[in-house]
Design a binder for this molecule. Structure first.
Ligand code: ATP
Ligand code: MG
Length: 442
């Protein structure tokens, strides 16, 4: 990709409306544009990051046995009347009418709709367990949308919904999502801690929020230091082995961890002061078990092995991919800009031509762009006529893991310079070796 043909509206000044670093950096790096209170366009660079995050979420949902669908954003109020939530949900729900004056709403979540899908097609316990998810826009008319995509009104959510014959099955489904979340957050470069959480208006008795620690977090959280040493289960984790998955969940729920709503001063007091971590946190994921709350209200049942009808036991599991973009930046940046973890970086490398118009530099940069692309390295080629200093500043700001610098002096010596964004380390490399080096770089 040539920068001269791209849309990367970098801001030099700090935007005044941005209160936290991720919002500031997303605006400055040309990732998002605000369209209304709490509503944002994802510009090309932002969309690339979001796509990478979604790809990882999908892989881990699928690995854990969930199946992707796509439900509409606009829902019929009648479904929500069945569960009783049409009246309960309050002002956060955006309500509207179609031309026939039928009540509609922009979905803030999808428990009712997915329960309707389930009851339309599934009749027998033999078709369980079932877990359906989608990645779809939600609208919640938040009282105070703020911090950019961190708390917006229109935001993307991955929401999964599990259906099981009984509590034991539902608990196993809950555990699979729990472990899937551990893997997802690690793969996007975050250390997320599962904390006991309040179940809120959705109801139920088993719930965890996945929290990353950050000074700008909106919740007050408390956890044991041991969490930082726990090993996240590998890609070879066997999700069909319920007892193995349950052991992982046990290990990750044993040390103390709770958000302020669930905080237990007595249990906290029993932890050695040096092991206590009281901090601010950002909720990046939330999982609930809520049993038969919706299946009873909406008559979603299956025939069990006993030949009787059973209301299915359900859970729901959310991750906010747009909030995650901001959370990753909160966790990974420096005074010069964003530092993307490799797995979610918008590009793998920025190729900086320091002297466009110079015949040799242009030729070498052009060839490097081709070679890097062929080696599987996704490269943004800065072929613009900006000053070298401005190009370096842009490359640092957008936080791509590697920079490849082509200048007249290096080209004369047959070399390009490679800079690692995270460590700042720079080395000179023969031009012919650049593609092989970065093509295989993590
Ligand atoms: P919060 O407590 O932050 O308002 P919530 O508990 O209402 O969030 P859930 O219903 O649990 O949110 O939604 C699942 C996930 O969706 C959250 O963990 C978060 O990652 C994301 N999310 C929720 N609300 C927003 C929002 N306003 N903007 C961006 N992401 C959001
Ligand atoms: Mg929540």
């Amino acid at each position: 990709m040539r920068l001269s043909r791209y849309l990367l509206p970098i801001l030099k000044e700090n935007p005044r409306e941005a209160e936290i670093v991720s919002h500031r950096l997303m605006l400055r790096a040309g990732m998002i544009k605000q369209q209304a209170a709490g509503s944002f366009t994802l510009l090309p660079l932002g969309l690339r990051v979001l796509d990478k995050i979604n790809h990882i979420i999908r892989e881990e949902q699928n690995r854990a046995g969930a199946i992707e669908i796509l439900m509409p954003t606009i829902q019929s109020a009648d479904l929500w009347r069945e569960s009783g939530r049409y009246d309960d949900y309050g002002k956060e729900m955006l309500r509207m009418q179609d031309r026939h004056e039928r009540d509609m709403l922009f979905g803030p979540t999808n428990e009712e709709m997915v329960t309707d899908i389930f009851r339309s097609f599934v009749r027998s316990y033999k078709d369980l367990p079932l877990n359906l998810y989608h990645i779809q826009w939600k609208f919640r008319d938040e009282v105070r949308p703020r911090f950019g995509v961190m708390r917006s009104r229109e935001f993307l959510m991955k929401d999964a919904y599990s259906f099981d014959l009984d509590y034991d099955g539902a608990k196993a489904a809950y555990n699979r999502m729990f472990v899937s979340y551990l893997r997802t957050f690690e793969r996007v470069g975050l250390q997320a801690i599962p904390m006991r959480a309040d179940t809120g208006p959705i109801g139920g008795d088993l719930s965890h929020e996945f929290i990353i620690l950050a000074e700008t977090g909106e919740s007050e959280v408390f956890c044991h230091r041991n969490y930082f040493d726990l090993q996240v289960p590998g890609a070879d984790t066997n999700f069909s082995d319920d007892s193995h998955i349950s052991e992982i969940v046990d290990a990750w729920t044993k040390p103390y961890a709770a958000t302020d709503e669930m905080h237990d001063e007595r249990a906290w007091g029993e932890i050695a002061a040096t092991d206590r971590v009281a901090a601010r946190g950002i909720e990046v994921g939330h999982i609930f078990h809520f049993g038969t709350k919706y299946s009873e209200a909406m008559n979603a049942s299956v025939t069990g092995p006993d030949g009787k009808e059973h209301f299915v036991s359900m859970g729901s599991y959310g991750i906010g991919p747009t909030r995650l973009m901001a959370a990753i930046i909160e966790a990974s940046h420096d005074e010069n800009g964003i530092i993307w973890p490799g797995a979610v970086a918008p590009f793998d490398a920025v190729l900086i031509n320091m002297k466009p118009g110079d015949e040799k530099c242009d030729r070498v940069a052009g060839r490097l762009e081709q070679d890097l692309t062929a080696a599987g390295c996704d490269v943004l080629h800065d072929d613009t006529d900006q000053r070298a200093g401005a190009k370096f500043a842009t490359a640092d700001l957008i936080g791509v893991p590697w920079q490849v610098i082509v200048g007249p002096r290096g080209v004369g010596a047959g070399e390009a310079e490679i800079k690692n964004r995270a460590s700042g380390e720079r080395i000179a490399v023969p031009i012919a070796d650049v593609a092989a080096r970065l093509g295989s770089a993590p």
